[in-house]
Design a protein around this ligand. Structure first.
Ligand code: GLN
Length: 496
């Protein structure tokens, strides 16, 4: 029997009775047991809960055809709440936090038949590009354990790349799904802001945060998006738009999908700062799209060169406000207090002990840019330039269907290489921050390898709520290029 690899294959095998949900879950748990000690993708493995859910799916055999993710094992980033399962957001301040409710996406995945096997490691409060900011130790890149997996959803990316679960959820504020997906050689999708409910996602920067899937194939990403997307009475910012059928809209024939499509290439933006090996893989990918019938069109996104600066103003401002709730009273940690402590020193001690260096840096920066004397100069200006960034995209989409760039300017870097220099770290996000600033959907799909056989990702950004087009083009490319079949070294899973 062929071993299922993708979520679709797991689901079909379970529906056909070739595999039980309990077998699928056991297999995922075994693989985590064997592989995770070397990678540390998982913060928590909830084996008993997962096996109980899988057994319930098996008992309900008759209804399996109605469950689009019947028995599919999935991992969830540790900043998404699951009722009764510790949810740390990578922070000491939430080390023992057990949510009393499920995030909307968690409920929807389980209704669709998915089996959550555990929570994945992430940068503290999703702040970072390398997963080195987790208070509980970093995740390693399955392609080279001396290197970072990207961040902040590094655990989810590594779990899927190492075939521990076929799919996972992450959150993306400035690139945290797409960049680790690219660096780990898997698919990562950030939906349009508002496409997926944020209820139960621990907030970082609310006008940017969005939950989305990791997968080994575009089809699996579409399956997961299908399950989680749509309006939600618990989140007023979840858009009321109906959810199209992303899965059946995927093109059967790559050439049909690309014929007549226009792909925008912001050449000026790519002129500097992209490593040669990444550039070569990107150029090969876009010429493959051209061979399939697409037309490449130069587009100009003149304000995107300000995107990093704008992002780090707006994201830190919103973070400083969102993180004010960690006060030692309502959630998580309270530092030990002496007889002389008062309310203010309790706050100070708790926040000093509970937050890591990067989180503190961002709270200070965010508080500064929101302060009375600087609000107009920094925060307001940032919001204005954000509008200009969005308008550049609106203009580009008058003549193209999607905009293509490399997801990351480099392949995975080594641990410690950028930790001493936050600005260097922030530059890792140069191509990923524009889409969330403009609220647009964007996908990263593997497009080959750079030096040292490290994965490279192709990023496609689409019109608002047009996930269908980026999924379709990414799927057509993936089926033609075939990179999705590549697995990290020593991870070949033999038949069981
Ligand atoms: N790397 C970016 C940051 O550090 C993006 C993080 C994210 O998308 N959550 O803020």
């Amino acid at each position: 029997m062929t071993v299922p690899g993708t979520a679709r294959e797991f689901r079909d095998a379970i529906r056909a009775g070739r595999l039980t949900a309990v077998d699928a879950c056991t297999r995922a748990l075994e693989r985590i047991g064997r592989t995770d000690p070397a990678l540390h993708a998982f913060q928590t493995v909830s084996a008993d809960r997962a096996l109980a859910r899988a057994a319930a799916i098996d008992r309900g055999r008759a209804g399996l055809d109605r469950l689009p993710l019947a028995g599919v094992p999935i991992a969830i980033k540790d900043n998404i709440c699951i009722n009764g399962v510790t949810t740390t957001a990578g922070s000491r301040i939430l080390e023992h936090f057990v949510p009393p409710y499920d995030a909307t996406v968690v409920g929807r995945l389980e209704q669709a038949g998915a089996v959550i096997v555990g929570k994945t490691v992430c940068d503290e409060f999703a702040m970072g590009s390398s997963t080195e900011n987790s208070a509980f130790g970093p995740t390693k890149n399955p392609w080279d354990p001396d290197r970072i997996p990207g961040g902040s959803s590094g655990g989810s990316a590594a779990a899927v790349a190492a075939r521990m679960t076929p799919v996972a959820l992450g959150s993306d504020t400035g690139g945290s799904i797409r960049q680790p997906a690219a660096l780990c050689g898997v698919v990562g999708l950030k939906p349009t802001w508002g496409r997926v409910s944020r209820y139960g996602l621990i907030a970082f920067a609310s006008s940017l945060d969005q939950i989305g899937p990791f997968a080994t194939t575009v089809e699996d990403a579409a399956l997961v998006l299908q399950a989680i997307a749509g309006p939600d009475p618990c989140d007023a910012t979840a858009a009321a738009h109906g959810v199209p059928d992303y899965v059946t809209a995927l093109p059967n024939e790559p050439a049909k999908a690309l014929r007549g499509r226009k792909i925008g290439i912001p050449r000026r933006l790519l002129e500097s700062g992209v490593d040669a090996d990444v550039r070569a893989a990107f150029d090969a990918a876009v010429s493959q799209l051209e061979d399939l019938g697409a037309t490449l069109v130069d587009v100009d996104l003149p304000h995107s060169r300000h995107a990093i600066a704008v992002y780090y103003l707006i994201a830190t401002a919103e973070a400083s406000s969102n993180l004010a709730r960690y006060d030692g009273v309502r959630y998580g940690l309270r530092a030990p207090l002496g007889p002389d402590d008062d309310l203010i020193s309790m706050y100070e001690r708790t926040r000093a002990a509970g937050f890591g260096a990067e989180v503190k840096r961002r709270i200070m920066l965010g508080t500064y840019v929101l302060s009375a004397g600087y609000y107009d100069a920094y925060y307001l200006k940032g919001q204005q330039v954000r509008t200009l960034i969005r308008r550049d995209f609106d203009r580009a989409f008058e003549s193209v269907d999607v905009v293509a760039v490399p997801t990351s300017p480099t392949t995975a870097f080594r641990f410690g290489e950028r930790t001493e220099d936050p600005l260097q770290m922030y530059l890792a996000d140069v191509f990923t921050v524009s889409a969330p600033l403009a609220g647009l959907p964007a996908i990263s799909v593997p497009c080959g390898f750079g030096a040292g056989r490290l994965p490279v990702g192709l990023q496609l950004t689409g019109r608002p709520f047009d996930e269908t087009t980026i999924l379709g083009i990414a799927h057509a490319y993936e089926r033609t290029a075939g990179w999705w079949k590549e697995e990290p070294p020593d991870l070949k899973v033999g038949p069981t």
